[in-house]
Design a protein around this ligand. Structure first.
Ligand SMILES: [Zn+2]
Length: 472
């Protein structure tokens, strides 16, 4: 199975259009860490993939936290002394400080001002602000709009409820041959913001659609959760399931025009870290690998020391590094169909590595087998001659039971997909055999020890140029 090959049979542009269309459908909903906005969002994802939703009651202790009151909102506005609505929740849900407690009163501008939030550096944009864990109320508006406010009495109304209820999250579990799992997690709590994080929601949903019904090596668990409190709640209530997570990715900020970033897991050299770094290195776009840090998205929780799960984070532009972050400018124009499709392709490439990374044994290890008489010293395309034959030689040489295909791809500098195709071909020719795991699932070695490689192998890692085969 190659997810990328399947994607490449379709037009990337039409995949991108589909992803963007779903983002457009989700965009108007006023989401938060609880309430009907996230429920409606999960229901729309449920129309596409087999998603189970869970409701965790307010007051439930989850490690050092407590599930908060549920927040719902119907309307909010500020009316000028003239009686005109000058800030209107119906026009943008970002106008309300997310999780605002209800209020309906009149007050002079001087009293209202401490409740107003703006971005002076970008005076036309509305900021996104929250107050989840401290009861407060407020409005967000453009700085220019605030500067235009005149003295007088203002009517302020936030028609919200903050009451005992539930925290809602969604989970899509796709069983594979192994009970070991790949976790794909994204936050679903931001209101009308596109890159952070409708882009993650639509890419994750599409990945689940692609994986659905396939013969999978790993089981896959997709989580659509409110940021921070959702991951903490899931981990608190699923400690046993968390023990099955072998690899994981947090998906966010995947629709902007920036190059890819991969933030490593706390472990730093987990198979997911190496797989993602390898895919990014060969993707042909500008990319950057970031070391783990204990701030960011929900990898913070998955990588807390009590769990230390191998979960990294895939992004295009890094949160907080682009001016549109957490503002009304992170809108549907800021995310682009082709960028969304490209992100889906990168995620699929990483999963392809996880699905096919295995240990093999060379069945003819004493000197090189004669590839020429097996018709393996011919390549399909002219430009690829060197690389395809080199890939076969690398696979034969390092398939001693101690090097996975990913080890070989890293060491040779050849893309994993080429190495994997070489292994398939060599297996068909009877020169190579996969080494099975005890549980019947073909094995892979995750965290490689390159020290041991260095002592055993002294061959040059160079892989460019065509190789010599004296047997041809
Ligand atoms: Zn955010």
């Amino acid at each position: 199975m190659s997810l990328v090959k399947e994607l490449d049979q379709r037009h990337l542009a039409s995949i991108g259009e589909e992803l963007h269309r779903f983002a457009r459908e989700l965009y108007p909903i006023c989401r938060s860490i609880s309430g009907d906005g996230i429920r409606r969002t999960l229901a729309m994802i449920q129309d596409r993939i087999p998603l189970r939703t869970f409701e965790v009651p307010t007051g439930t202790p989850v490690f050092d936290w407590t599930v908060p009151k549920e927040w719902n909102i119907r309307d909010a506005y500020i009316k000028a002394p003239s009686g005109k609505r000058i800030v209107d929740f119906q026009k943008s849900n970002l106008h309300v400080l997310n999780y605002s407690s209800p209020v309906h009163t009149t007050m002079p501008l001087s009293e209202l001002k401490p409740h107003l939030f703006t971005i002076p550096e970008n005076p036309d944009w509305i900021p996104y602000r929250t107050s989840y864990y401290k009861e407060d109320w407020g409005f967000c508006l453009s700085h220019n709009q605030m500067l235009a406010l005149e003295d007088g009495e203002y009517e302020v109304c936030i028609d919200s409820t903050l009451a005992n209820g539930h925290l809602t999250y969604g989970e899509c579990y796709l069983p594979g041959r192994s009970t070991e799992e790949v976790l794909i997690s994204c936050h679903a709590c931001h209101p009308s913001l596109a890159n952070d994080n409708l882009s993650g929601l639509v890419v994750a949903t599409s990945l689940a659609q692609i994986l659905s019904g396939k013969d999978l090596r790993y089981s896959y668990r997709f989580l659509f959760i409110p940021g921070t409190i959702g991951a903490i709640t899931w981990l608190a209530q699923n400690r046993e399931a968390a023990g099955h997570i072998r690899h994981g990715l947090v998906l966010t900020c995947l629709g902007d025009a920036g190059g890819f970033h991969y933030k490593k897991s706390r472990r730093g050299n987990a198979e997911i870290d190496r797989s993602a770094a390898h895919v990014l290195r060969h993707c042909g776009e500008s990319t950057e690998i970031l070391e783990f840090s204990p701030f960011g998205y929900d990898e913070r929780q998955y990588c807390s020391p009590g769990f230390d799960l191998p979960v990294g984070c895939v992004m295009r532009s890094v949160w907080g590094s682009f001016p549109q972050y957490h503002t009304s400018a992170d809108n549907l124009d800021f995310i682009r169909p082709l960028q969304l499709a490209g992100s889906l392709r990168i995620c699929a490439s990483i999963l392809d590595v996880l699905e096919t990374n295995r240990l093999y044994r060379n069945l003819n290890p004493c000197c090189e087998p004669q590839l020429g008489r097996r018709n393996l010293y011919r390549s399909i395309g002219g430009d690829m001659v060197g690389r395809e034959i080199n890939a076969r030689l690398w696979v034969l040489n390092l398939s001693d039971g101690g090097h996975s295909l990913l080890d070989i791809a890293e060491r040779s500098g050849i893309p994993f997909s080429t190495i994997s195709e070489a292994a398939d071909l060599l297996c068909e020719s009877g020169l190579l055999a996969v080494i099975p795991c005890n549980d019947g699932t073909p094995t892979s070695r995750g965290e490689a020890s390159h020290e041991s490689e260095a002592t055993i192998y002294r061959a040059s890692p160079s892989s460019t140029g065509s190789s010599r085969d004296d047997g041809s």
